[in-house]
Design a protein around this ligand. Structure first.
Ligand code: FMN
Length: 412
């Protein structure tokens, strides 16, 4: 990761040939409020968003060609430098703090994996030493194609971070994963990366996120609607501040940010083991997972058969991961717990806080449209040992709420 620069951060924005390319105009506008933005537009990208508009938006010429501006060395020139060494966009790439490819096509992901350098953007990605972030945008079938799935795994392992894609209506009329993340949200993550970078360097943060799945038989499970988005947003925010982050994740459709060690778990028991193994060496534990309170007393080895009558399930209590962590907590450690409530938010959360006195208890409203499980937004009530009264964070994007929660943790 690059150091926090004292000048304005320099972003090289790669715009590729996705149907969402026109949204890069809005993205540039947001990015420019905190960074200098230079645009590299691919040939396919230039068919979908006018170069001139990007020039106007960024305030700089748009780079489209590897060779434009390159001065060939005259034959016989002694010891002449390589022509590319004096090309302005190459010079800029040397000092860029971030390459952001948004939108990123399936094509550019494939090129990055292969190390191809057949145009300006792919060449600069190989050349620059700054982090690369990609905000993919493509049809859901392209996104789920085994080649693309494999490419993104390879890129993640190499440290490329992904922003999105979102799930929703796609330009082609289909619905699913592959939707370009909201430009405002992308810009927010970039800004947060530069604003807070280094603040939490040296801190170890353990985040548990997502639902758990308790098997009933080989095909059925007991689970809940948690998408993991709040926990992942917190993990990303801690990473943006330079912390070493470990994520223990239940089954979700989300891609963990690059640079985060992720353990995938299914059941509450597995989550408990992973959390407890990593808790002693963590400075902060954020239990944002929706852990199933109960599991079937007995897991059938074969699929339970339908009978003419009903079916009564016997359930047994799962371990309370948060309560156990509180018992083992050292005074230097900070624990943040979550309480999902459908009703009497404040009172129910306060009761939970009394029973499990974590440093911060976040009560979130679930079961309401536009907030809580499965959505990008949330509204939360924050009980903190550092505040005399609970704080109300009104309905906002989870990424923004994550930032505010980290600011609350900072008070300890
Ligand atoms: C109208 C149109 C929309 C497209 N939208 C996408 C898209 O959203 N995602 C994608 O991966 N490819 C999309 N493509 C295909 C890419 O433009 C194509 O793969 C191209 O080679 C990408 O080149 P680039 O990555 O250098 O920009 C689209 C093509 C057309 C004609």
């Amino acid at each position: 990761m690059s150091e926090t620069p004292h000048r304005k951060p320099r972003i090289l924005l790669g715009v590729t040939g996705s149907i969402a390319a026109y949204k890069s105009l809005e993205l540039v506008k947001y990015l420019k409020s905190s960074a200098e933005v230079r645009v590299v537009l691919t040939a396919a990208g230039s068919r979908l968003v006018p170069e001139n508009e990007l020039k106007k938006a960024s305030g700089f010429p748009v780079w489209t060609s590897l060779f434009k501006g390159a001065t060939p060395i005259k034959p016989g020139t002694p010891g002449g430098s390589h022509p590319l060494a004096v090309v302005p966009h190459i010079e800029y790439a040397k000092t860029a703090d971030l390459i952001l490819i948004a939108p990123a096509t399936a094509d550019i992901l494939g090129k990055l994996v292969q190390g191809l350098a057949d145009d300006l953007l792919s060449t600069l990605c190989l050349y620059a030493s700054c982090p690369i972030w990609a905000a993919p945008a493509m049809n859901v079938r392209m996104w789920n194609h085994p080649a693309v799935v494999s490419n993104r795994k390879i890129l993640l392992a190499r440290g490329v971070s992904f922003l999105g894609p979102d799930n929703g209506h796609l330009a082609c009329g289909e619905v699913g994963d592959g939707r370009f993340a909201e430009p405002r949200e992308i810009a927010f993550q970039v800004e947060s990366h530069f604003r807070h970078f280094g603040e939490w360097t040296g801190k170890k943060v353990l985040v548990a996120a997502g639902p758990t799945r308790e098997p009933l038989d080989p095909v059925r499970v007991i689970t809940n609607h948690s998408s993991g988005k709040m926990g992942y947003a917190l993990a990303q925010a801690a990473l943006n501040r330079g912390a070493e982050v470990i994520l223990v994740s239940g089954p979700t459709r989300l891609i963990p940010p690059a640079g985060i060690k992720t353990y995938w778990v299914e059941t509450a028991e597995e989550m408990r083991n992973r959390v407890h193994r990593n808790f002693p060496k963590s400075d902060i534990l954020i239990m944002a997972a929706a852990v199933s309170d109960y599991r079937p007393s007995r897991v059938s080895k074969t699929k339970l058969k339908k009978t003419s009558g009903g079916l009564t399930l016997r359930l047994r209590k799962n371990p309370d991961i948060l309560a156990e962590a509180l018992k083992n907590k050292k005074s230097s450690q900070i624990i943040v717990g979550f309480s999902a409530e459908t009703d009497h938010l404040a009172q129910n959360a306060l009761n939970k806080w009394k029973k499990k006195p974590c440093d911060i208890l976040v009560a979130n409203q679930v079961g309401k449209k536009g907030s809580g499980f499965g959505t990008d937004r949330n509204e939360i009530l924050v009980f903190s040992r550092k505040n005399p009264k609970p704080l109300w964070f009104k309905n906002d994007l989870k990424s923004r709420l994550a930032e505010k929660l980290l600011d609350e943790i900072n008070k300890f």
